[in-house]
Write a protein that binds this ligand. Structure first.
Ligand code: NAG
Ligand code: NAG
Ligand code: NAG
Length: 201
């Protein structure tokens, strides 16, 4: 190989490595600034594939007490955030049985679920590791909305399409009444559902 050829192939390798490291770096630049709280809420809601959902337990020995459990969620295919958090549920599930008696619930999601916080050396409890807390209820989606819910969930959770057919799965969504954001020092910040849905993620 000529000297020029070697130099060129070396250059191409270095360029590829640079592009690769750029690609895998979970860039802080994409997180909206902390003074744009509604956008941060939308960002976290879209980045996370799951959340912890707290219901009021209907089961002994903790009947009437909070009960937190993991659920897969999606607010739309990657890059197509709607802000509406969809679930794929069955009444065979313990928390869903709680919801049948009391649909009120709280859902929390954190960038600790993405590579971001570890990369930035933010502990999950640090406010800098942005997280959101939603309050509201879990409601079954109308027939007109099932296609949207299915697209949102199945694109991000492909395994769902092969979950046991006899479990009577149905699509639901989180009916948000209150939103809180922790993404910076100075205490928790409230965002209204209107601000949240209108924000550009
Ligand atoms: C947030 O702060 C940046 C500058 O740090 C400013 O350009 C932007 O307008 C601010 N956004 C809001 C919604 O206040
Ligand atoms: C659910 O929460 C609402 C407040 O948003 C309250 O009015 C209602 O009574 C609660 N429902 C139950 C079953 O506790
Ligand atoms: C969503 O929650 C609000 C406030 O609790 C309630 O008024 C409304 O009926 C709920 N929507 C659905 C579809 O259940």
């Amino acid at each position: 190989m000529s000297r020029l050829g070697m130099f060129l192939s070396w250059g191409v390798s270095v360029l590829c490595l640079l592009l690769l490291s750029w690609e895998v770096r979970p860039s802080a630049a994409h997180i909206p600034p902390h003074n744009e709280t509604a956008r941060v809420a939308r960002y976290v809601a879209h980045k996370c594939d799951w959340g912890a959902l707290a219901t009021i337990s209907s089961h002994e020995p903790v009947r009437g007490q909070p009960f937190a459990n993991v659920f897969s969620v999606s607010d739309g295919p990657r890059g197509q955030s709607s802000g509406v958090l969809y679930f794929y549920l069955t009444t065979m599930e313990i928390s869903v049985q709680d919801l049948q008696l009391n649909a009120n619930a709280s859902l929390t999601m954190s960038l600790a679920q993405t590579p971001y916080c570890r990369h930035e050396h933010y502990d999950p409890q640090s406010p800098l590791c942005a997280h959101i807390i939603l309050s509201g209820s879990v409601v079954k989606v109308a027939d007109t909305e099932t296609d949207t819910a299915k697209l949102a969930l199945f694109t991000r959770h492909p395994e769902m399409s092969s979950w046991p057919r006899d479990h009577n799965w149905f699509f639901a969504k989180f009916n948000i009444t209150n939103i809180w954001v922790l993404d910076y020092f100075g205490g928790i910040k409230a965002v209204t559902p209107e601000e949240y849905y209108q924000a550009k993620p």
